[in-house]
Write a protein that binds this ligand. Structure first.
Ligand SMILES: Nc1nc2c(ncn2[C@@H]2O[C@H](COP(=O)(O)OP(=O)(O)OP(=O)(O)O)[C@@H](O)[C@H]2O)c(=O)[nH]1
Ligand SMILES: [Mg+2]
Length: 250
């Protein structure tokens, strides 16, 4: 890896309890250039906790997971030397962060532009029970993508890494929970090389769930993801058949 290195981006809301564990779990990879926490209007001490752990804190008042991601990317793009790779980690992502090197490997070895940390379901050994509403919603979105885009993704998990230049070419604009779906579908349609790295599913161990920990949260996020799949299908019509150079199961 030459200039720029890897930046880790954490879009967060009210994560003061989980952040210390997550930030400490990020491996000190030689290519790691910056850790950016985007605070999306937290009512707790998330921003202070992030700064105390050495992260750059970016504030984004407009609510939404995608809004926070966009603010973080704008911050990184404005750096004198922008990073070459951006990795996304959730605020409660202590368990994911430990797998950062495995996630980055396909990109750093020049095999992929986008590397997706796909959660291994508990029946395959991760031992963690995913709530039924989250499992059902996720499956529904995966099936819909298969029908409308002809591609079998394993997951739409937020833990992922992408080459900065490729990310900017995707012209991402989803400000909500459609963010992960939009990124994968646009990467597919534009022919990015996609790797899916199996990551054991590790649930939240600190702080409060905002999305799939509750039935209401799952329904809202699921509806947004389904809407995003359909919208992206219409938006990308005429760009040629989807397919890309995805490498499922890698
Ligand atoms: N920027 C932003 N981030 C949010 C918002 N709501 C939640 N998040 C963050 O999004 C990530 C995922 O939220 P979680 O509450 O962990 O949702 P989940 O992973 O589906 O569910 P659990 O892990 O079971 O709690 C975390 O980093 C949250 O802090 C929001 O409105 N804006
Ligand atoms: Mg979580």
């Amino acid at each position: 890896m030459t200039e720029g290195g890897v930046a880790v981006l954490l879009p967060i809301l009210d994560e003061e309890e989980a952040l210390p564990g997550t930030l400490s779990a990020i491996p000190r990879h030689p290519a790691l250039a910056e850790v950016v926490v985007v605070d999306n209007g937290s009512r707790d001490r998330s921003a202070q906790v992030a700064a105390a752990h050495g992260a750059t804190v970016v504030t984004e008042p407009q609510r939404g997971y995608g809004s926070a991601c966009l603010a973080g990317i704008a911050h990184l793009a404005s750096r004198p030397v922008p990073p070459q790779v951006v990795a996304f980690v959730d605020g409660d992502g202590r368990g994911q962060a430990a797998y950062l090197e495995a996630l980055l490997r396909p990109i750093l070895e020049g095999e992929a532009d986008l590397s997706l940390g796909s959660r291994i379901p508990p029946e395959h050994g991760s031992g963690l029970k995913v709530p039924w509403h989250q499992r059902t919603g996720n499956r529904l979105v995966l099936v819909l993508v298969r029908i409308l885009f002809g591609h079998r993704f394993q997951d739409f998990a937020p833990f992922r890494a992408i080459r900065m230049e490729r990310l900017q070419e995707l012209e991402m604009d989803d400000r909500t929970w459609g963010w992960t779906v939009q990124m994968q579908l646009r990467a597919l349609v534009r022919g990015l090389r996609i790797a899916e790295v199996p990551i054991p599913h590790s649930g939240r161990t600190e702080g409060k769930s905002k999305i799939s920990g509750t039935f209401r949260g799952s329904v809202k996020a699921g509806a947004k993801m389904i809407f995003t799949v359909v919208r992206e299908r219409f938006r990308t019509t005429g760009r040629g058949p989807p397919g890309g150079r995805a490498r499922p199961g890698m």
